[in-house]
Design a protein around this ligand. Structure first.
Ligand SMILES: NC(=O)c1ccc[n+]([C@@H]2O[C@H](COP(=O)([O-])OP(=O)(O)OC[C@H]3O[C@@H](n4cnc5c(N)ncnc54)[C@H](OP(=O)(O)O)[C@@H]3O)[C@@H](O)[C@H]2O)c1
Length: 296
């Protein structure tokens, strides 16, 4: 007996065939990649790339270095890439290899194999801005290079922009959120000391808000733009560390005075809100940490 015609079923099938999900390749699949695949898994097909295997990833993960030749078919599969590897050590060599050399390898492979993307999204950092800046810093600020690590980040951004790939660059503050909250452990291990209580402003962004910014940029077809991603709570480092100490009841070891900081650098998130339409799910890191502490 043939099954009766079911219009609803046919429409669903038709949709899936003619409008496949946009494909996103995440280069450097870690905390951010996993959060993105979990949060927006219904809207995109994700594939991750990292060097070492992980248990139960939320999407297929290819284990290979980003600079490997074997990346070519995965790049050819993708509509968008999210470039977000993080260095395992903070020395300048590892920094350069992780960001600049990998970005150079990816853009060279795309050029060599005539691979085109709808967008190449770089997760950069507010660390591109010189420490000696003052007042409100927006995305048009000149990137005067003061340190080697900052120089590597700036060159990585340029490598993407100069490659001709339609780019989006997100300059993120310190990431926080599920699986990223190491503040209590750092205090408990004595890694936050009085010598670090400077008056400089620090900036953070919840990992879910980075995921939402990526989703918005893709859905709105935004390319050729740079966005700062920081939450609404620029806070002086001294106030933030004292807040943590009071929240967790862990004293800050006294190892002597703090270096004086001359400039008040506050990074603006106005463009992410206006041009991208980002609504922060977590506007203030202090509210988030307070709520997490009382829930645990
Ligand atoms: N943490 C912050 O506060 C902060 C602030 C601003 C911007 N960011 C940026 O945000 C992005 C996402 O950070 P995250 O929290 O997701 O970092 P994460 O959890 O440390 O993940 C990064 C992943 O990159 C992979 N990786 C590193 N080198 C690689 C290579 N050569 N080839 C392939 N995979 C490589 C690592 O896996 P394997 O070791 O297995 O390869 C790791 O899983 C990073 O680009 C980071 O620089 C972070």
């Amino acid at each position: 007996m043939p099954r009766p015609y079911n219009l609803r079923e046919r429409c669903v099938t038709f949709d899936v065939v003619t409008h496949p999900l946009p494909k996103i390749l995440i280069l450097g699949f870690g905390a951010l990649g996993a959060a993105l695949a979990r949060r927006h898994g219904a809207r995109y097909a994700f594939r991750g790339v990292k060097r070492t295997p992980i248990a139960s990833p939320p999407c297929p993960v290819v284990t290979m270095p980003i600079a490997d030749d074997g990346l070519v078919p995965h790049l050819a599969w993708a509509d968008h890439i999210v470039f977000c590897p993080a260095p395992a050590a903070s020395n300048p060599e590892t920094y350069r290899a992780t960001y600049l050399d990998n970005m150079a390898a990816v853009t060279a492979r795309m050029a060599e194999h005539a691979i085109t993307l709808r967008s190449g999204i770089l997760i950069s950092s507010t660390g591109v801005y010189p420490e000696s800046g003052d007042a409100s810093i927006d995305e048009t600020r000149d990137l005067m290079v003061e340190t080697e690590r900052q120089g590597v980040l700036v060159q990585t951004e340029h490598a993407l922009i100069d490659s001709g790939v339609p780019y989006v660059i997100f300059r993120c503050g310190g990431l926080y959120g599920e699986r990223r909250d190491t503040f209590r452990a750092r205090l408990a291990e004595g890694r936050i000391t009085t010598a670090m209580l400077s008056r400089q402003f620090v900036h953070f962004i919840h990992i879910n808000d980075v995921c939402d910014a990526i989703d918005l940029a893709i859905r709105r077809g935004i390319v050729g733009e740079i966005f700062n991603l920081v939450d609404d709570s620029p806070i002086r480092r001294v106030e933030f560390y004292r807040f943590l100490s009071a929240l967790y009841g862990i004293p800050i070891p006294d190892v002597g005075p703090t270096p004086a900081v001359v400039r008040d650098r506050v990074i603006s998130n106005a463009k992410a809100k206006s041009r991208l339409g980002l609504t922060l799910s977590s506007p203030r890191i202090t509210d988030y940490l307070r709520a997490s502490a009382s829930a645990s």
